[in-house]
Design a protein. Structure first.
Length: 313
């Protein structure tokens, strides 16, 4: 045996250490996957925009960082709890069967402890280091996502609309973290995210409609054999988004550059939703979904940049 040869133990020790290191990295990656990093990233974008465009007496980099850390931590914890609550459904769907919980790489107890710990730390940080109002919005977002939206996915296709609420609340969290009151301008930012989410989710749900049926989830695409209702709702919400996206400029949050860009981006988004309605194909649904991933960061980036003072020559 190699371990019985001279130096065998010395060779085996580094190998064991490497294996332990690899296992640790895999475990950390699995816990990271529980936080749904893609969704958390988009949430942080909206929170950062809310903070950046909100009226404030003075900019505090520390408050900005604490707000993003707290909102991101609460979001990540809520995602972990959502993974735990849907582990039985995830096991039935091909797209999600390999996730850490249904695959058995992480126990339910560990996932709950992890998620609850993140939520507790995030809410405490927002309450102490940012603002109690921002922490309260975090509680509302968490409860509506984990304890309202998640169970509704098994009961009614209205879950998509309900799920738009916790998805849009973080922009208000960023806004209040800057010290601003919840004004009509703040709610216009909320409305943009809310309306944007519906075509975003419906297009993805259409692509994976067979998977959702296998999981027994009551999303609209699973109940809509020819996709007509899915297409009509995608188009309706994307059309509603066009005028709503112009409201921040009318309320002074941004200028003419944003107004033009938002109008063009909204028209393109609605155009792709219309194309999907005209011919409900996987390819058109995927194009609408990809457009949704571009739309929100692009529109919000222009909004922030359009508020910057002109350069001094």
């Amino acid at each position: 045996m190699p371990g019985d040869l001279p130096g065998g133990t010395a060779v085996a020790a580094p190998r064991a250490a490497r294996e332990e290191g690899t296992e640790l990295r895999r475990t950390l990656a699995d816990f990271g996957e529980l936080t749904k990093p893609g969704i958390t990233f988009f949430i942080l974008i909206t929170a950062a925009v809310g903070f950046s465009v909100a009226p404030k007496a003075g900019f505090s980099p520390w408050t900005f960082l604490f707000a993003l850390a707290g909102i991101g931590t609460v979001t990540a914890g809520g995602a972990a709890l959502n993974n735990w609550m849907e582990r039985d459904v995830d096991r039935l769907m091909r797209r999600t069967a390999g996730r850490p919980l249904p695959a058995g790489r992480i126990t339910g107890t560990a996932a709950v402890a992890f998620g609850a710990g993140l939520v507790g730390a995030g809410l405490l940080g927002l309450w102490v280091l940012v603002r109690p109002l921002t922490a309260l919005l975090g509680v509302v977002s968490l409860v509506s996502y984990v304890f309202v939206y998640t169970p509704l996915k098994r009961r009614t296709s209205l879950c998509t609309v309900v799920g738009g609420i916790p998805g849009a609340l973080p922009v208000l969290g960023g806004w209040t973290a800057a010290g601003a009151a919840l004004s009509p301008a703040a709610w216009s930012l909320f409305a943009i995210v809310f309306l944007w989410q519906i075509p975003h989710f419906l297009s993805l749900a259409w692509v994976y409609r067979d998977d959702y049926r296998r999981g027994g989830l009551c999303v609209l695409s699973a109940e809509d054999p020819n996709g007509g209702r899915t297409g009509r709702q995608s188009l309706a919400f994307s059309l509603a988004l066009v005028p709503v996206s112009l409201v921040p400029a009318l309320l002074g949050l941004s200028g003419e550059i944003y107004l033009v860009c938002a109008l063009l981006a909204g028209a393109a988004y609605a155009g792709l939703a219309g194309a999907f309605l005209a011919a409900r194909s996987r390819g058109r649904a995927q194009r609408l979904f990809l457009a949704s991933l571009i739309y929100l960061p692009a529109v919000y980036l222009v909004m922030v940049l359009d508020r910057l003072p002109p350069p001094v020559i």
